[in-house]
Ligand binder design. Structure first.
Ligand SMILES: Cc1cc2nc3c(=O)[nH]c(=O)nc-3n(C[C@H](O)[C@H](O)[C@H](O)COP(=O)(O)OP(=O)(O)OC[C@H]3O[C@@H](n4cnc5c(N)ncnc54)[C@H](O)[C@@H]3O)c2cc1C
Length: 639
C-alpha cells in the first residue's frame, strides 16, 4: 500500500526551494539524451514542461487530443497571471503572494509548495516576456498590472482578456523550437487511454490515434500528466467542452491517489445559461470586477430595466457585505453571495438567476476608451452572445463551474504516489487549497512546467540512467493495451439508444443541484444514489455508432463520461467526509450565523488523498496533515 510522504525539504520556508535545487541529483547531458519522458498535455503546464525538458536535452514525447498543441484549453484563459514583482510598489512580496494564496485557499494547501509557486512566479513573467508575450504595458512602457479577487495589491499581468492565448502562443513557440531540434516528438490527436506500470514504476502509456483509431504503445522512463482539470463534470462549465479527467482517473486506478476531489471552484462571473441546448457556458473574466460593480435591485422581482433603477434602490451587495474587499472578494465568496441574493428573490433577467455587473460608474470616471482598452474583447464577446451592449447596460452574470482545486496528489517534487508518474498544472491537487485565487492558475501551471518539474524530475531520473529504452513488446504493455481495448469494446457493445452527451448532461444537472455551490448531507447522499442509477442506465442504454478503429467522437465522449461517473462518486464521498465548510466547499450544516464558511481545523486541517481499491470497492482515505509554520490559521475574513 502506498503511503504519503510529501518530501518537504527541511529549513526555513524561504530557503527550502533554493536548498532543494542545490542538493538535487543532476544528470550529465550525455545521459539526458538516453532518458525518455512522456508529457501528456500541451496546455501551459504541459507545453512548458515539454519544451523545458527538451531544452535540457531529454528525449520528450508530447501528447494532446487536439489537432495542434496550441489549442489546449489554456488558450481560453482571459484575465491574467500573477507574480510578486511589486512593480506598483504597493507592498507586494513573495511572502504576501504566498500568504494570499494560503488564506484564499482557506488553509487547506501545503505551505512549502505554495511558497515555491509564489517564488517562481517572477521567473515565469520574465520568461514569458523574453518569449515575446505581449503583456499590457503602461504609458512609460513598463509592464502593467491589475487586481484580482482576494488581494489588496495589483499583481496580475495581462494581455487584454486573452492572457492564456498569448502565454500559450509563447509556450508553443518554445515547444516548436524543441520539436524542430528533434528533442520533442509531438503526438497530436492522441488520447491517452491508460498508464503502463512496470515493476511498480510508471513506464509508458497506451494511446489511441483519434483519426485512425489505431491503438499505440509508448514507453518512457517517466510519465508526466499535464491533462488539466475536471470542471466539465458539471457538463455546463466555462471549460472547453472536451476537457476531461480520464487520464488522471486512469492513473488513479493504477495507484495514484486522488486528493481533495470535492474542492471545485464555481466562478461568479459567467454569462448565465440562455437555453437548455447549450453545451458550454462563457466566462466573463474576474478582471472585470476591477471596474464593474455587482448589484441587484433592493426590491424583489423588480421588473424595471437596470438603467431605470435609481442609485438608492440598488443593492451593491458585495460592497455592503465585504467593505474591505468589495467587488474583489474571492470567487467562492462572490458566488455564494450572488446565489444568496437570487435565492432570496432579488435576481434579475427572465430566469431571475442573474445579477448585474455594471460599468456605468467606471465609464463615467475613466471614459469609454479606457474601459475598451482594458476589456474590449470581453465586452464584444458578451454582446455577441447576449445581444446586450455592456457599454450601455450592465452585464448579467451568474456563477458556473470553472476550476478544480482537487486532482492527483503530488509530493513536493510533483510526483504522484506512483514512482515515476508526475502531475502538473490543474491536473494535480495543486497549490490552491479549497479555493483558487484568480490569475494564480496560469502562474502555477507555467511555474510547474518551466521551473519546478525540470528541477525535480532529475532527482528521480538520475537513478534511471542504467535503465535501457523501455521496450513496449512486454507483458505489461500487452495486458494494459488489452484492457484498454476491452473497455472501448464494452462501451461500443452496449448498443442502446441514448448518446453519451445526454448522459453527461443529466450527470451535470445532478452535480450542479446537489454538489455545486452549496452542499448538505442529505443532498449529497441523494446525488450518490441518483448517479449510481444513472451509471447503471448508461451501461445498459448507451449508443455509440461505429467501431474503435476509426474516427469516432461518440466513443471519445463516452469514455470520458464513463470515467466521470466514477469520479463523481469519489467527489461526493470526499464532500460527505469533509464535515466542515472551507473555501469553495460549503456544507450548509457548517456555517457562521452570518452565512460564512465555518472551518473545523481540529478535525479537517488535512489533504484528503483517496486510494483506489478496485471497481465497486470503497476508496481508502489517507490524510496528509497540514502544518502551518509561517502563517497562523485564522478565520478567513474579507470584511
Ligand atoms: C474560461 C477560463 C478562463 C480562465 N482564465 C484564467 C486566468 O485569467 N488566469 C488564470 O490563472 N487561470 C485562468 N483559468 C484557469 C486556467 O486556464 C487553467 O487552470 C490552466 O490553463 C490549466 O492548464 P493545464 O496546462 O493544467 O491544462 P489544460 O490547458 O487544460 O491542458 C490540458 C492538456 O491535456 C491534454 N489532455 C487531456 N487529457 C488527455 C488525454 N487523455 N490524452 C491526451 N491528451 C490529453 C489536452 O489535449 C491538453 O493539451 C481560466 C479557465 C477558464 C475555463
Amino acid at each position: 500500500m502506498a503511503t504519503l510522504n510529501a518530501k518537504i525539504p527541511d529549513g526555513p520556508l524561504a530557503h527550502k526551494w533554493t536548498k532543494y535545487k542545490a542538493s538535487v541529483k543532476l544528470i550529465n547531458p550525455a545521459n539526458k539524451k538516453k532518458l525518455e519522458i512522456i508529457v501528456v498535455g500541451t496546455g501551459l503546464s504541459g507545453a512548458a514542461a515539454a519544451s523545458a525538458l527538451g531544452e535540457l536535452g531529454y528525449s520528450v514525447k508530447n501528447f494532446c487530443y487536439q489537432d495542434s498543441p496550441r489549442r489546449a484549453h489554456s488558450v481560453a484563459a482571459q484575465g491574467g497571471i500573477n507574480a510578486a514583482k511589486n512593480y506598483q510598489n504597493d507592498g507586494d512580496s513573495v511572502f504576501r503572494l504566498f500568504y494570499d494564496m494560503i488564506k484564499g485557499g482557506d488553509y487547506r494547501a501545503r505551505e512549502a509548495n505554495v511558497y515555491r509557486a509564489a517564488e517562481v512566479s517572477n521567473q515565469v513573467i520574465d520568461h514569458f516576456t523574453a518569449l515575446g508575450v505581449p503583456f499590457a504595458r503602461d504609458y512609460g512602457g513598463t509592464l502593467d498590472t491589475r487586481s484580482f479577487g482576494g488581494v489588496q495589491v495589483s499583481r496580475t499581468f495581462y494581455a487584454k482578456g486573452q492572457t492564456g492565448q498569448q502565454c500559450l502562443l509563447g509556450c508553443y513557440s518554445s515547444l516548436n523550437r524543441q520539436i524542430k531540434k528533434g528533442n520533442v516528438k509531438m503526438y497530436p490527436r492522441r488520447e491517452m487511454l491508460d498508464l503502463v506500470i512496470v515493476d511498480g514504476k510508471a513506464r509508458g502509456i497506451i494511446s489511441r490515434n483519434l483519426i485512425t483509431g489505431e491503438i499505440e504503445r509508448h514507453g518512457a522512463h517517466a510519465v508526466v500528466l499535464a491533462t488539466g482539470g475536471y470542471g466539465t463534470i458539471y457538463y455546463l462549465s466555462t471549460l472547453a467542452v472536451n476537457s476531461n479527467a480520464s487520464a488522471a482517473w486512469k492513473a488513479h486506478r493504477k495507484g495514484a491517489f486522488f486528493a481533495n476531489p470535492s474542492f471545485v471552484q464555481i466562478h461568479p462571473t459567467c454569462v448565465p445559461q440562455l437555453n437548455e441546448f447549450q453545451s458550454k457556458l462563457t466566462l466573463m473574466s474576474e478582471s472585470l470586477r476591477n471596474d464593474g460593480r455587482v448589484w441587484v435591485p433592493k426590491t424583489k422581482d423588480d421588473k424595471r430595466a437596470a438603467n431605470d433603477i435609481p442609485e438608492e434602490e440598488r443593492d451593491y451587495f458585495l460592497e455592503r457585505r465585504y467593505p474591505a474587499f468589495g467587488n474583489l472578494v474571492p470567487r467562492d465568496v462572490a458566488s455564494r453571495a450572488a446565489k444568496e441574493r437570487c435565492d432570496a428573490g432579488f435576481g434579475v433577467g427572465e430566469t431571475k438567476l442573474a445579477v448585474n455587473l455594471d460599468f456605468r460608474d467606471a465609464i463615467k470616471q475613466q471614459g469609454k476608451k479606457a474601459i475598451e482598452n482594458k476589456y474590449g474583447n470581453l465586452f464584444e464577446m458578451y454582446k455577441t452572445i447576449t445581444g446586450i451592449d455592456p457599454y450601455e447596460e450592465p452585464m448579467r452574470i451568474y456563477p458556473a463551474g470553472h476550476y478544480t482545486m482537487g486532482g492527483l496528489w503530488v509530493d513536493y517534487e510533483l510526483m504522484t504516489t506512483v514512482p515515476g508518474l508526475y502531475a502538473i498544472g490543474e491536473a494535480n491537487f495543486s497549490d490552491h487549497g479549497a479555493n483558487r485565487l484568480g490569475a494564480s492558475s496560469l502562474m502555477q501551471a507555467s511555474g510547474d512546467g518551466y521551473f519546478v518539474l525540470p528541477n525535480t524530475i532529475s532527482n528521480y531520473l538520475a537513478d534511471q540512467i542504467r535503465v535501457p529504452k523501455i521496450a513496449t513488446d512486454t507483458p505489461e504493455f500487452e495486458v494494459t493495451e488489452k484492457e484498454a481495448v476491452e473497455r472501448l469494446n464494452k462501451l461500443i457493445s452496449v448498443k442502446g439508444k441514448q448518446t453519451a452527451s445526454s448522459f453527461h448532461k443529466r450527470l451535470g444537472i445532478i452535480m450542479w443541484d446537489y454538489v455545486g455551490m452549496i452542499r448538505n448531507e442529505e443532498g449529497l447522499k441523494k446525488a450518490l444514489t441518483l448517479i449510481r442509477d444513472l451509471k447503471d442506465e448508461f451501461w445498459k442504454d448507451l449508443k455509440i455508432p461505429g467501431t474503435y478503429s476509426e474516427l469516432n467522437m461518440e466513443l471519445e465522449k463516452a469514455g470520458r463520461v464513463a470515467d466521470y461517473f466514477e469520479l463523481a462518486e469519489l467527489l461526493i464521498t470526499d464532500a460527505l467526509n469533509r464535515k466542515e465548510s472551507c473555501g469553495a466547499h460549503f456544507r450548509e450544516e457548517y456555517q457562521t450565523p452570518d452565512g460564512e464558511a465555518l472551518r473545523n481545523d481540529n478535525e479537517f486541517a488535512y489533504v484528503a488523498a483517496w486510494e483506489y481499491k478496485g471497481e465497486d470497492k470503497p476508496h481508502i482515505l489517507h490524510k496528509e496533515e497540514l502544518k502551518f509554520e509561517e502563517v497562523e490559521m485564522k478565520v478567513r475574513s474579507y470584511k
